[in-house]
Design a protein around this ligand. Sequence first.
Ligand SMILES: *Cc1c(COP(=O)(O)O)cnc(C)c1O
Length: 417
Amino acid sequence: MSSPVWHPFTQHGLKEAVPHIVRGEGAVLHTADGRTLIDGISSWWVTTHGHCHPRIAAAIAEQASRLDQVIFAGYTHDPAEEVARGLVEMTPEPLAHVFFSDSGSTAVEVALKMALGYWHNIGNPRHRILVLQHGYHGDTIGTMSVGERGVYNRAYAPLLFDVSTIPFPAIGVEKETLLALEAACSAGEPPAAFIVEPLILGAGGMLTYDAMILREMADICARYGVLFIADEVMTGWGRTGTFLACEQAGVTPDILCLSKGITGGSLPLAVTLATKPIFDAHYSTDRSRQFFHSSSYTANPIACAAAAANIAIWREEDVLASVDRLSRRLAEHMATLAAHPAFENSRQAGAIAAIDMKVRDAGYLSDLVPKLRAFFLDRGILLRPLGNTIYVMPPYCIDDDQLAHIFDAIGKSAALS
Ligand SMILES: *Cc1c(COP(=O)(O)O)cnc(C)c1O
């Protein structure tokens, strides 16, 4: 009867319903008992064009019967070469080197290792990492270290390395952020890198900040020679209205992390892009200077074929027009919701919209969260609020009726506050 599966971020003791999903199509998931769910969060921020996009599914099938896997240390294959070339074309020119891994967390681990490897190999070792308050970069020990500390990592705190935290640039206190960053760059042990989620902090509560501030933070880092790492694992692939969120600030990071939407949300894959100086610091005839990182499935050919198909879609279709249409619809719905007395702090970054429900207990472990999840599930909607923050981040193909149904349910969920 009971399943042996141990689910992520799930308190099994609450005995919440665990819908059994058998099929996905566009913005809809089908359950084993014949119900449909509108995927309001892109299956945890990964699905871009919609579930089971025919072109991506076909590329996966084709690649699976041609070459499934091959060692990537010292070997290469067409799908990886195609993805790397495509990414270099789609990103700012200084990002000229592409390192593959398997998840957002590993893309960030790789970024941190590249940054420290750079300083080590140029003979000027630096170890201190600057992070933004409320940041989230993954669930491995290294990525938890550079993320917000809280209930979700308290048990592991003794293993997490020290970082310097820059206050979040909330509206009205941006100046403090910039002063703190400048102070952290100029005083004490010189930092190796500053890691940020551009324009919107995801798991930290869908917190938005101004593109100008992103620009100024990057400029300060450039001025002090601190490497700027953009974690675009959530924001990349059009989610904020441009291919990269950094584009809106005219920022070119030294290191860029991409994952989630890289395969259109079909298979796990990630990349870390780096500039020439970072690659060159590892380039030598001396093997002790090579980049010491790999995983068994680095640049898996099937995952790369899915990414190559996704890149072809980006090249041939106007993906950003779909994002723009969705963003405008979201803005209309949010305007209505913002007028509702049960909600506050509405905010949006492209195709991500968030609002807070007014409640006394607003924390991540708020009792409200399981109630809201069940409320939406009962109405055929997959939403997963972060504490009292309800956010909508659907696949770009979601239609107006599906979106209206989601926002109608959010409005009615106010009865639970
Ligand atoms: C999801 C996410 C990660 C971690 O990605 P995983 O694939 O879950 O390891 C890292 N950074 C950001 C900004 C994310 O949203």
